[in-house]
Design a protein around this ligand. Sequence first.
Ligand code: FES
Length: 248
Amino acid sequence: MPYRRNSAGPTDREGVNRRDFIRLSATGCAVANIAELSARPHGGIKRYERAQLVDPFGSPIRPSQLVVDRAYIFHYPFAGTPCFLLNLGRPVRGADPFRTADDRTYQWEGGVGPQQSVVVYSVICAHRLNYPTREISFINYRVEASPRTKTAKVIHCCSEHSQYDPAAGARVLSGPAPQPLAAIALDFDRTTDTVFATGTLGGELFDEFFAKFAFKLALEHGSEARSAIARTAVVRELTQYCKQQVKC
Ligand code: FES
């Protein structure tokens, strides 16, 4: 695992302090003592390796403890393909069938976690494939409305201002994007308050992404960019991963 510990407390390479990484959500509730694995329905899901979400110290991510409206990032299903993990702080239900740019339909089943408030999306903009890197991110989760982001709590790509609603399957609210962000299928284990990524749902754009950014991804990830993520996926706060978030 890419982390180390020191005498002041566990710290990863980006200087994340574990106590800062996950704090109890103001609206977090007790984990239901129900021994079940709430697997998502399989309709329309493209399966990849099952990977448990863990923090930079290797400890499981607890959906009940994710800070509401804070953007977390991890890479899945490949080492070079980023995803946003969000706790929206309220239950988000599934929505009507979604349609991809190539006219396929799929059903998004809503959030997971004790409150059904946790969602994950592949954060490769459906317009021109903009994505967050360690240096800069033009695509971000915006909690507050702004002159450009007229609606609060949206994923906004500042390149050409595509905006996606994370509470509704990342459907397109405005801008040139031709389809929603692809969703990441999740299994939530209520007994242990742990969560696993299992596949994608919707219009994944990985082939186009790897073709367009081959050189850049090689610089960022070496030869690993297209390596499958398996067993665990390391989650970080976006502010700890990315040096500069462009706000528009
Ligand atoms: S790349 Fe995101 S709006 Fe154009």
